[in-house]
Design a binder for this molecule. Structure first.
Ligand SMILES: C[S@@+](CC[C@H](N)C(=O)[O-])C[C@H]1O[C@@H](n2cnc3c(N)ncnc32)[C@H](O)[C@@H]1O
Length: 290
């Protein structure tokens, strides 16, 4: 009977070559031409899920998203109404159009949010800051989606709107929330150190949302809120907004010294964004020429 011998690994004759660096993961879909591109701003017109799956890894250094909440009502019947019926304030003098994607139930909203956040994570640089708007109803599913997408959930910032109706025997709903996280570890030794909340009325007061007559979108966010949210991001970095609406985030990003990457599904909104950004960049050029 022969005793089995333990195989020994052969001594390498030379030092093995280092393993090749892993190739950057390819994008999943072909990327269409931008709808608008000028200076620090690039805008794609289309479904954000598809565009995010087409953009190359490393396209953005931060994500600030204001998706259609699919909320705006206590009961399912309320939520199924048009966005105009749900969100238009009394006295809206002009026809701010409806927008799509606002009628998912909560399970659908969680699944969809997980999908687009996962696709967005694929194109974010390591350590990228991520903030997603939510009202009180969608807050729990939004924090679930952040984590399901593989992001590190780190806290909740708040926009104090001060516009909620006072209700006898109840707390008024006077805030919206920005649950936030990071794409893995984030350098905590650099950058600004903003407060975790910001106050700006949702109505037409100073520093709040624009007067309804000046709005180009039903749920246009106040510029100071978006500038506050851009403030922890390093200057020169690219901020992504996959649901750009009227382009408030893109405008805030360039006003705070960043580059901006937007996606919006409605071509009418894309036109409005292009006009807003053109006006800003024309103004900047004028200032520079002077
Ligand atoms: C809440 S609004 C954003 C408002 C924006 N923050 C502003 O200040 O104007 C959400 C936007 O997402 C757009 N949208 C809805 N579904 C989308 C999708 N699948 N891909 C890209 N944009 C989408 C809507 O047309 C709408 O303009």
């Amino acid at each position: 009977m022969t005793t089995p011998t333990t195989p020994t690994s052969p001594t390498p004759a030379t030092t093995p070559a280092p393993a090749p660096a892993p190739a950057a993961a390819p994008a999943f879909l072909p990327l269409p031409a931008p709808f608008y591109q000028r200076g620090p701003v690039t805008l794609y017109c289309g479904d954000s899920l598809q565009i995010l799956m087409a953009l190359p890894p490393g396209s953005a250094d931060a994500l600030l998203a204001d998706p259609p909440y699919s909320s705006g009502g206590a009961f399912r019947g309320d939520r199924m109404q048009t966005t105009r019926a749900k969100y238009a304030q009394q006295g809206a003098a002009h026809d701010l159009g409806d927008f799509s994607g606002d009628s998912r139930d909560q399970r659908g909203y969680l699944a969809w949010s997980t999908l687009w956040l996962t696709a967005a994570t694929h194109i974010l640089t390591p350590g990228a800051l991520v903030g997603v708007f939510a009202d009180w109803r969608q807050l729990p599913v939004t924090t679930d989606a952040l984590q399901a997408a593989g992001l590190v959930y780190r806290g909740i910032a708040a926009w104090l709107k001060n516009n909620g109706r006072p209700c006898l025997g109840r707390f008024a709903s006077q805030a919206e929330y920005i649950p936030w996280g990071t794409n893995g570890p984030r350098d905590a030794t650099a950058g600004n150190c903003p407060r975790g909340w910001c106050e700006a009325p949702a109505s037409a007061e100073i520093g709040g949302a624009p007067p309804i007559a000046d709005r180009v979108h039903l749920t246009q966010k106040p510029l100071p809120i978006m500038e506050w949210l851009c403030s922890p991001v390093a200057e020169g970095a690219t901020i992504l907004d996959p649901f750009s609406g009227s382009g408030t985030t893109l405008l805030a990003a360039i006003r705070t010294g960043h580059r901006a990457l937007g996606v919006e599904i409605d071509p009418r909104n894309c036109e409005a964004i292009a006009k807003r950004i053109d006006a800003e960049l024309d103004q900047k050029r004028l200032q520079f020429d002077l």
